[in-house]
Design a protein. Structure first.
Length: 414
């Protein structure tokens, strides 16, 4: 074993795990496992601890390093685990120096090395040449969040919003394209807040336009989860460029106005529906996913039905559904709770509707010619991110094929 990263959570974590592996290797570390945690739900934290114990049983000689959002917010909990050698906070995990105490056996007054993330003011533009074993590359353009949704612990794990300068982003994407990547995904914690901390306050839309303009050899650009209420005019303009993939994931959370207000979200149900309608008007082939919380405190059956109805009214396709999980220290944890059983039941109902919506999208693509990015032998994804079984093309190659049928996972191409 050299350095292995086990990643929980979001696409940004997946990107950062690759950077951490490179930085840890640069420090001279080997025979190590980095566990990059997520703090979104209590279940994610439980799974991380379970994975740490399993890793120690299977690799008794390896050094185990824990980092990520759960390590930032609950560092002492992980530090108290005898299986863990070092806990590194979110700000320092991308620095080679953070791993050197394990390389040289330097004494630490505390194996929990977690700083005050709220004091961090910069996001480094870490350049990587590509992601091992992936057909697409993820590029971090922003980190942190300045909002305070009542259910969310992430601002305390990631710190304030901060952005990577546009020139650094463009240059990184140019390097990735030169190294053969045909698709790049822009990631961040709250990427629609991009640029507010930079000179001239550029926006996500302006960044997107700059990438498409200055990296003409990039075939496919994706944007990860967005807070739709922050979408700027330049982003709407960029949507009409065919190289920007017609798939956006919305940070929706609920389809009921009272629940949205209690979540301290900044959009209403009508706002979200209007944005979806506007984007489809500009790009008729656009499909949408959404993050949705089921069983938020005080959610009645009527409120939940409003969310169910929104899924079909807005014609959402990809649902990331989470039963509400109270996070200590958040206002929502102190609100009147919906039972865990009911939250799980509502989550299951949402997922069933989401599956029906996905199957409807798949059925609409039969007979169509699709452009497919091959992820690994025999499988790829369309521009709308639908999985496709396809019998040709090497990983990373973009092929065109006609869709012949639907499979359990998605589509089957000629």
């Amino acid at each position: 074993m050299s350095i292995e990263a086990i990643t929980f959570g979001c696409r940004l974590n997946a990107y950062e795990s690759e950077v951490m592996k490179a930085e840890a290797a640069r420090s001279g570390l080997d025979n190590a496992i980095i566990v990059n945690t997520c703090a979104v739900t209590a279940e994610a934290v439980r799974q991380a601890k379970q994975t740490i114990r399993k890793a120690r049983r299977e690799h008794p000689e390896a050094r185990i390093i824990v980092t990520g959002c759960a390590a930032q917010t609950q560092g002492r909990d992980f530090g108290d685990m005898e299986e863990v050698d070092l806990v590194i906070g979110n700000h320092d995990k991308l620095k080679a120096d953070s791993y050197r105490p394990l390389v040289f056996g330097l004494p630490l007054n505390d194996k929990v090395q977690v700083n005050d993330i709220m004091s961090v003011t910069e996001t480094a533009g870490h350049l990587i040449d590509g992601l091992d074993g992936r057909a697409r590359a993820f590029v971090q353009v922003q980190n942190g969040c300045d909002h305070r949704c009542t259910f969310c612990i992430i601002p305390y794990g990631r710190g304030p919003s901060r952005s990577v300068p546009m020139g650094v982003v463009v240059e990184q994407i140019r390097r990735l394209v030169d190294n053969g990547y045909g698709e790049v995904v822009l990631t961040g914690v709250d990427i629609t807040s991009y640029g507010g901390d930079l000179p001239g306050a550029p926006t996500l839309g302006k960044l997107t336009q700059a990438i498409l303009r200055h990296v003409p050899a990039l075939p496919r650009l994706r944007i990860s989860s967005i807070d739709s209420i922050e979408a700027d005019p330049a982003l709407y303009e960029a949507v009409t460029d065919r190289r920007l993939m017609p798939h956006l994931h919305l940070s929706l959370q609920s389809g009921d106005d009272m629940i949205l207000k209690r979540m301290k979200r900044r959009h209403s149900r009508a706002d979200a529906l209007a944005i979806v309608t506007r984007l489809r008007g500009l790009r008729p082939d656009m499909v949408f996913g959404a993050d949705i919380i089921a069983g938020f405190p005080t959610e009645s059956e009527a409120m939940f039905e409003n969310t169910l109805g929104f899924v079909t009214e807005a014609d959402l396709t990809y649902l990331h559904v989470f039963p509400f999980s109270p996070r200590e220290g958040t206002p929502a944890a102190r609100m009147p709770q919906v039972s865990r059983r009911l939250a799980r039941e509502r989550a299951a109902r949402l997922r069933a509707v989401g599956e029906t919506q996905f199957q409807k999208l798949c059925a609409s693509r039969v007979g169509c010619e699709e452009t497919i990015l091959i992820e690994h032998q025999g499988m790829g994804r369309t521009e709308q991110f639908v999985p496709v079984t396809v019998g040709r093309g090497a990983p990373g190659e973009i092929v065109t094929a006609e869709i012949q049928a639907i499979s359990a996972e998605g589509l089957i191409a000629a």
